[in-house]
Design a protein. Structure first.
Length: 391
C-alpha cells in the first residue's frame, strides 16, 4: 500500500507575530519557518529588542515591522527608519489586510487593544496574552461578535482543553482540570519561601519561559490567570474549573464529560505544539519539530493538591475572577507591578501576594463597563502597588 499524501496546501495565510522577540514569539517563528508552505510572516513587532527584531525581519521579510519602545543597539543611531514606532504599531500590525492570523505574544495589558482590533477585523487571534481575557473578557467577546473574529488559545493548558472538546458540544463538559507544574518552590517550606530570591524564582523545573511568566508560575498567579481565561474561553463557571499540581508537565489539562469520561492531552513540555495547533485548528498537520512523546521516559506521572496557604496568589486571582467587574483587571495589574518590583529587588517574594491583596481590597470595586474604565483600573492598581512600596 502506498504512502498517504497530504492534501494540497491552500494559499499561504498571513501571520502577524506581536512580541516576536520574546519566548513565545521566537517559538512561533520556528514553527512558521517549518510551515512556510502554509504561512508567511506578514508583520513583526517587538518592545525594544531592535537587534533581534532586525535579524527576524531580514530572515522573514515581513511587509510590516514595528518597535513599540525606543529600541536598543543600532536603533539609537537611526537605523531601520522604515520601521513603525510606538504602541500604536501593535494595532496597526493586527489590523493589516494581509494578516489572517495574529499571534499575540505581548506581555501584560499592553496586548488588549491589538486583540480587540484583530477580532473586529475578523481575524484569528492565537492568544498567548492571557491578560487580554483576564482584564477585559466581556469586551473581547463583544469584539468577536462585532467583527466575526475568533480566539484560539496558545497556552498549553487551554490548547489541551480545546483539543479535547473540539467537535463536542460545550454542554457535554462537566469539569476541566488545569495542571500546574508547581514551579521551583513546589516543595519549599513556608519559612524558606520567605527568603526566596528572583534567581530562585526564575529556575523553573520544566518550562523555558520569559521572566515575568516564570515568576507567575512560582507564585501560581499564572494559574489564577489561566482559570479566569478558561472561564471566558469555554464559558465555564468557576466551580467547574479546578487546578492540580503535576510536576512532570506532561498532562496539560483534563476534561471530564457529563457521562464521567475524562480526556487528557499529553505531550512533552514544549510550546511549539500549542503554537502549531493555534495556527491550524481544527486541522492537524505534520511537523518535524515537535518532540516525539515517549511514555516510558515520561513516567512516572504524579499529581498533588495545591498548597494554597503557601501560594495565596492563586486564591486571590480566582476570587477576583468570581467577583468580576474591575477585580480581574486590578489583580492582573497589581501582579504585573509587584512582579516587576520583585525582579528589581525592591520587594520580597511574599510581598507579591500581599501587594495584590491590598490592591484588590482598595480598588476591585472600580468602574469597569468600558475599555477606558478598565484601563483606568489597571493604572490605578499599578500606582497603588508602587505607592505601597514607597511608603
Amino acid at each position: 500500500m502506498g504512502a498517504v499524501s497530504e492534501a494540497p496546501v491552500a494559499r499561504q495565510r498571513g501571520v502577524a507575530v506581536l512580541g516576536s522577540t520574546g519566548s513565545i514569539g521566537t517559538t512561533a517563528l520556528r514553527v512558521l519557518e517549518r510551515q512556510s508552505a502554509r504561512f508567511r510572516v506578514a508583520a513583526l513587532t517587538s518592545y525594544n529588542n531592535g537587534s533581534l527584531l532586525g535579524e527576524q525581519a531580514a530572515a522573514f521579510k515581513p511587509r510590516f515591522v514595528g518597535m513599540v519602545g525606543n529600541g536598543t543597539g543600532d536603533m539609537a543611531n537611526g537605523a531601520h527608519a522604515d520601521w513603525h514606532h510606538g504602541a500604536e504599531c501593535l494595532v496597526q500590525a493586527a489590523s493589516r489586510a494581509d494578516v489572517d492570523i495574529v499571534i499575540n505574544a505581548v506581555v501584560g495589558a499592553a496586548g488588549l487593544d491589538a486583540t480587540i482590533a484583530a477580532l473586529e477585523h475578523g481575524k484569528r487571534v492565537a492568544l498567548a496574552n492571557k491578560e487580554t481575557l483576564v482584564m477585559a473578557g466581556d469586551l473581547v467577546a463583544q469584539a468577536c461578535a462585532r467583527g466575526g473574529g475568533e480566539i484560539v488559545p496558545v497556552d498549553s493548558e487551554h490548547s489541551a482543553i480545546l483539543q479535547c472538546i473540539t467537535g463536542r458540544p460545550g454542554v457535554e463538559v462537566k469539569r476541566v482540570i488545569l495542571t500546574a507544574s508547581g514551579g521551583p518552590f513546589r516543595e519549599w517550606p513556608a519559612e524558606r519561601l520567605a527568603s526566596a530570591t528572583a534567581a530562585d524564582a526564575l529556575r523553573h523545573p520544566t518550562w523555558q519561559m520569559g521572566r515575568k511568566i516564570t515568576v507567575d508560575s512560582a507564585t501560581l498567579a499564572n494559574k489564577a490567570l489561566e482559570v479566569i481565561e478558561a472561564h471566558f474561553l469555554f464559558g465555564l463557571p468557576y466551580d467547574a474549573i479546578e487546578v492540580v499540581v503535576h510536576p512532570q508537565s506532561i498532562v496539560h489539562s483534563f476534561v471530564e464529560f457529563v457521562d464521567g469520561s475524562v480526556l487528557a492531552q499529553l505531550g512533552v513540555p514544549s510550546m511549539e505544539l500549542p503554537v502549531l495547533y493555534a495556527l491550524t485548528h481544527p486541522d492537524r498537520v505534520a511537523d518535524s519539530g515537535i518532540p516525539r512523546f515517549d511514555p516510558v521516559a515520561a513516567s512516572p506521572l504524579t499529581f498533588e493538591p495545591v498548597r494554597t496557604s503557601q501560594f495565596p496568589a492563586l486564591g486571590l486571582g480566582i476570587q477576583a475572577g468570581r467577583q468580576g467587574g474591575a477585580a480581574p483587571a486590578v489583580f492582573n495589574a497589581a501582579n504585573e507591578e509587584a512582579v516587576a518590583l520583585f525582579l528589581a529587588g525592591r520587594i520580597s517574594f511574599a510581598q507579591i501576594a500581599e501587594a495584590i491583596e491590598q490592591a484588590l481590597g482598595a480598588l476591585s470595586g472600580a468602574a469597569s463597563s468600558t475599555r477606558d474604565e478598565l484601563l483606568a483600573a489597571d493604572r490605578g492598581a499599578r500606582d497603588f502597588v508602587r505607592g505601597v512600596v514607597a511608603c
